[in-house]
Ligand binder design. Structure first.
Ligand SMILES: [Zn+2]
Length: 63
């Protein structure tokens, strides 16, 4: 009975998480880990400046 469900590792803390339909936070072990992961994702985006302006300038000078 114990190994009926697939077990995955929580992306945030690495804790074993049973991949059950009623587990709303999968693949995370809990809401907190999900929020932490989303927060880090947003932070990563924020830390990496997108240099679209440079790309447009380059295209514009060529065209
Ligand atoms: Zn976790």
């Amino acid at each position: 009975m114990a190994d009926k469900f697939t077990v995955v590792a929580c992306p945030t803390c690495g804790q074993d998480v049973e991949w059950r339909p009623e587990h709303r936070w999968r693949p995370f072990c809990c809401e907190r880990c999900k929020l932490i992961d989303l927060g880090e994702w947003a932070t990563e985006r924020y830390k990496v400046p997108v240099t679209e302006q440079d790309a447009f300038d380059d295209l514009d000078s060529r065209g």
